[in-house]
Design a protein around this ligand. Structure first.
Ligand SMILES: N[C@@H](CCC(=O)N[C@@H](CS)C(=O)NCC(=O)O)C(=O)O
Length: 282
């Protein structure tokens, strides 16, 4: 692991690292925020933040305004990149923003040529937390959150791995990727045309299948003036799935907010405090 940058912030540290990711067969950069409470004598829990299309580890750390609250709560934050990277990693032929580099969709691809590198589900679930827990003063307690494509990733990881995370939240998640243009493009390319393979990456489908003892606290916040709301995000499908299965999902539609980090920064404190309650920090 190689350190790329370090900044003191709110009494804690924001540090970027590069490392060789075995699951992705490439070099990856991630960022970690360590709150002032973190030390060898005091390990802290971790929030994994999954960003949306076009993002790297930097968008959330620079724009969300999360670090002041995380410093107060004593919560580490890890922000990975949104896809495998580098010249050896195949990208979309059209260089589009919604597939390939910057658009890994947090799936383990099974189709050529994507499957050699696009294994973001395994990277986020297994490889990255193992690395983080080896090198930093953190406990094994985890929560997960994300935005848009990353909101989809956070929900899927939490729903498929009961017990791995204490709570899950999402901002404007892609709730039903099997039936929206972003999801159809990504899942058909990464997983193939057989839609049964897509179901394991569709939060609205996963949510109806879970038993009561597999439920974890979940919060979704959506901007009412989000330009992607109707065609891409489809929160009503997720809300209906939760209702049908008594899933403890809090859903909040916030009028007037769009899809941007202005929206995320307006509600990130609420999300961090939600996670802190379920981690027993507050
Ligand atoms: N119009 C955007 C579409 C992609 C987009 O809205 N990305 C969201 C996530 S889905 C984002 O977080 N963008 C980066 C940022 O706002 O910092 C673009 O072409 O970049």
């Amino acid at each position: 692991m190689t350190q790329v940058s370090e900044n003191k912030v709110f009494g804690g540290r924001h540090v970027q690292y590069r490392h060789q990711a075995n699951s992705l067969a490439c070099d990856m950069r991630f960022a970690i925020f360590l709150p002032p409470q973190a030390s060898e004598n005091h390990k802290v829990p971790v929030l994994y933040w999954l960003s949306g299309l076009t993002c790297t580890d930097e968008n959330f750390m620079q724009k969300a305004g999360a670090l002041r609250i995380a410093a107060e709560l004593g919560m580490a934050i890890v922000a990975p990149d949104t896809s495998p990277r580098g010249e050896a990693v195949p990208d979309d032929a059209d260089n589009s923003y919604d597939f390939g580099h910057g658009a890994g969709f947090y799936v383990d691809a099974t189709e050529e040529p994507w499957s050699a590198h696009y294994q973001m589900y395994t990277y986020i679930r297994d490889e990255l937390p193992t690395l983080i827990e080896q090198h930093f003063p953190v406990t094994g307690e985890k929560v997960i959150s994300g935005h848009s494509m990353g909101g989809h990733g956070a929900l899927v990881l939490a729903l498929r791995n009961p017990g791995l995370y204490r709570s899950v939240t999402a901002f404007s998640p892609i709730c039903n990727p099997s039936t929206c243009p972003w999801g159809e493009k990504a899942l058909s390319n990464y997983l193939g045309e057989d839609k049964t393979a897509w179901q394991q990456y569709d939060a609205s489908i996963l949510m109806v299948k879970l038993e009561q003892d597999q439920h974890i606290p979940a919060l979704v916040t959506q901007g009412g003036d989000d330009e992607f709301l109707e065609q891409q995000l489809k929160p009503d499908t997720l809300v209906a799935a939760a209702k049908g299965n008594d899933y403890p999902l809090s859903y909040e539609l916030q009028p007037g907010y769009d899809h941007s980090y202005y929206f995320i920064s307006s509600f990130i404190e609420q999300h961090l405090r939600f996670h802190a309650r379920h981690l027993g920090l507050a």
